[in-house]
Design a protein around this ligand. Structure first.
Ligand SMILES: *[C@@H]1O[C@H](CO)[C@@H](O)[C@H](O)[C@H]1NC(C)=O
Length: 218
């Protein structure tokens, strides 16, 4: 009997001691926690995962937006470039009556503007200056009295590109003529009409004209 009681006490003591030991162990171990703390950590973990998902989503969205912004900026630049390269002019000599004949070659000045998109043609000097490198198309037409010589050249810098000539005659009253050329120009190249010495043309707002257009920038 005494032995049994002792055994019981001993057994209980052992169980108690074990309980105390287990509790202390739980409190100090980092991976485990009290029930409230456990719940908090679980929720915190879920929140963290959600936040990371939102972060990834935002990052993807912002990257997509950045790509779209770059595309839009490039399109705007393209459009600006296109706008800047619309170059076209048409002009008539204006005034009335003869110009010439003179003893020397002169640059014909077409003062009466019909259009001058891009302002590459100067109606005070008669000179077109290429604002961008490209393929350009130029035409000119003239009207003149038949009794005098017409000798005109479309010039690129100092070089004659295309010309027109009409002999002096006594039997036809008036002459009309013209020519045209496609030119590859560098930026700053000058194109203008030269009226050669001893030649003349007739001028008004509509009849003797000079036109040019940029077909394609290069
Ligand atoms: C036209 O003028 C140029 C330059 O003065 C001259 O060389 C050319 O011979 C003239 N054309 C004609 C057909 O006379």
């Amino acid at each position: 009997m005494t032995f049994s009681v002792w055994l019981l006490v001993c057994f209980c003591g052992l169980t108690l001691g074990q309980n105390v030991f287990t509790q202390t162990d739980v409190a100090t171990e980092t991976g485990s926690c009290f029930p409230d703390m456990c719940k908090f950590l679980k929720e915190f973990g879920a929140m963290k995962a959600k936040l990371e998902a939102v972060e990834t989503n935002l990052k993807e969205k912002s990257e997509a937006l950045e790509t779209r912004q770059t595309e839009t900026e490039n399109q705007v630049l393209e459009l600006k470039k296109k706008d800047a390269t619309i170059i076209a002019f048409s002009a008539a000599t204006g005034g009335s009556g003869h110009i010439g004949p003179f003893d020397t070659d002169t640059t014909l000045i077409y003062r009466k503007l019909i259009i001058n998109v891009g302002n590459a043609y100067n109606q005070h000097t008669g000179i077109f200056s290429a604002p961008v490198p490209g393929i350009y198309y130029f035409t000119y037409f003239y009207h003149a009295g038949g009794s005098q010589v017409v000798n005109l050249s479309l010039m690129k810098n100092n070089e004659e590109v295309v010309t027109t000539y009409d002999h002096k005659t006594s039997h036809d009253v008036a002459d009309n003529g013209g020519n045209a050329a496609l030119l590859q120009l560098q930026q700053g190249d000058q194109v203008y009409m030269r009226m050669h010495a001893n030649s003349h043309i007739w001028q008004n707002d509509h009849i003797t004209t000079f036109s040019g257009v940029l077909l394609r920038p290069l």
